[in-house]
Structures are given as C-alpha cells and as structure tokens.
Design a protein around this ligand. Structure first.
Ligand code: ZN
Length: 179
C-alpha cells in the first residue's frame, strides 16, 4: 500500500511522463502538466487534503483519454478507486466532439462524488486557461462557447463541495467580464 504522499507523487510523475511534449490545448505555450497540477491542487485545497486518491486521480485524469495508459495499469499501480475515478472522467474519443460534449452533460449527474469534483476542477482550469488579456474575437468566441458548455456539465456536478462550486462560479464571473 502506498502512503498518501507516495500515491500523489507517483501519480504526478506518471502523469508528467505520459503527457511529455504535449502542450495545453487552450495555451499552447504551456506544457500539459500545468493543467494537471492545477486540477490536482484545486482538489487538494477544496477537500483540505483529506483524500489522497482524489488528488492522485486529479493528476491522472487525462491519462487514459489522451495517452497510452489503461485502467488496469492505474488499478495496479494505484488503486481500484483511483482507476475508477479516472475512467469516469474519460471521454470516448471515437465519438465526434459534439456528441462527447452532449454525453458529458447527460452523464454528469450520475457520476460518483469524487468524479464530479474532478469534472468541476477540470472545467475551472480550462476556463482559466482561456482567460487572456485583450482577447481576440476568436478567443472571446472560444471562451463563450467553452463557458456555456462547462456551465451545463457543472450543473450536474454541484452539491458535493461548496468551496469548489464557489470557485467555479467565480471563474465563470471573471470569464463573463471579458465577453
Ligand atoms: Zn483535463
């Protein structure tokens, strides 16, 4: 059994390795791992560090979707719960984007409490990445589109952690000032 610190540092290292060389989608000048660090830290802060598996899953939440990583590997290296949390946050990349987005909205209310927190933290991080000084029309359109979809997904994830709900609302308010 890994200790809490081992679990999280192992997750951070695996995530950093697997996403090596990948830029952030909304901020191509930043490495992908910045997004993962932000999500993991939002989760750790919102839960006062009480749930190491949740924070580890935050680091790992995009590994199955975007890299050569399987659920089995995560279950063996970490735990069944870490693997389940990541799987719950994994989209079927065979579906077109509009269907994936619709599915996230419909599936959100049926997720486990931990997966709901990861989804909210993910959306906070992705909105923040789109908040840039002096946005172009295209950047504003992209932000508006992302925020309106994120609000629908997060509507199905609320009520687990008040601090994270508030952090999401504040992020949306900041974004809407740019629109
Ligand atoms: Zn993500």
């Amino acid at each position: 059994m890994l200790s809490s610190i081992q679990l999280i540092s192992e997750a951070a290292e695996l995530a950093a390795q697997r996403h090596t060389g990948t830029p952030r989608k909304a901020r191509p000048n930043e490495p992908y791992v910045n997004h993962l660090a932000e999500v993991a830290n939002l989760l750790a802060t919102a839960t006062d560090g009480a749930d190491a598996e949740l924070v580890a899953a935050g680091w790992l939440h995009d590994t199955v979707e975007d890299t050569e990583t399987s659920r089995e590997e995560l279950a063996q290296t970490f735990s069944d719960r870490v693997a389940s949390l990541v799987t719950e946050c994994t989209d079927d990349m065979n579906l077109p984007k509009t269907e994936r987005r619709q599915k996230q909205i419909e599936d959100a209310p049926h997720k486990s409490p931990g997966a709901k927190l990861i989804k909210i933290a993910d959306k906070i991080s992705n909105i923040r990445a789109r908040i840039v000084p002096d946005p172009s029309k295209q950047q504003r359109d992209d932000l508006a589109d992302y925020v309106s979809w994120a609000e629908k997904v997060v509507a199905g994830c609320r009520g687990v952690n008040a601090r994270l709900d508030t952090a999401f609302d504040e992020t949306v308010r900041t974004a809407k000032r740019l629109l």
